[in-house]
Design a protein around this ligand. Structure first.
Ligand code: ZN
Length: 145
């Protein structure tokens, strides 16, 4: 286990517009506001969802899309550093008109109907992602200071 410590900072409330790309809109916001470490949560609705599932045996992502109107039951994520810039990592659960839920790692291509996002900015040295040989994932490295 590794541990990074922060002081809590500015909290940003964002209202995304209909038609926004969920992933790109949040990424654009954090990059343009120099947010390199944050925790985030969101809820609302999307027109379609573009998701990924990580196959742990093959160590590969499997992309899939759900092309219907969905509620965003719960969205969670964080911001850290990847390739020297802020990187947004988001997972979410969605539900259809029967209340059936599914979810995964959120990709570009998830189109917003209405979305409320809370970004809890953190003050301190952001974790940097590096390749973890065991999982094949880009995970947080140890603190640099
Ligand atoms: Zn993920």
């Amino acid at each position: 286990m590794i541990s990074h410590r922060f002081n809590t900072g500015t909290v940003h409330l964002l209202g995304l517009a209909t038609g926004d790309d969920l992933y790109n809109a949040i990424t654009d916001y954090v990059r343009s506001h120099d947010i390199s470490a944050a925790s985030l949560s969101f809820l609302g609705a999307v027109n379609r969802a573009s998701l990924r599932y990580y196959n742990q045996e093959e160590k590969k992502y499997q992309d899939f899309a759900i092309d219907k109107h969905l509620e965003v039951v719960a969205g969670t994520g964080n911001v850290s550093i990847l390739d020297a810039g802020p990187f947004v990592h988001i997972h979410a659960a969605f539900a259809d008109d029967d209340g059936h839920a599914f979810g995964g790692h959120v990709n570009e291509g998830t189109e917003v109907f209405a979305l409320e996002v809370t970004v809890f900015q953190l003050y301190g040295t952001a974790p940097t992602r590096q390749l973890d040989e065991t999982t094949g994932l880009m995970l947080w490295g140890p603190p640099q200071d």
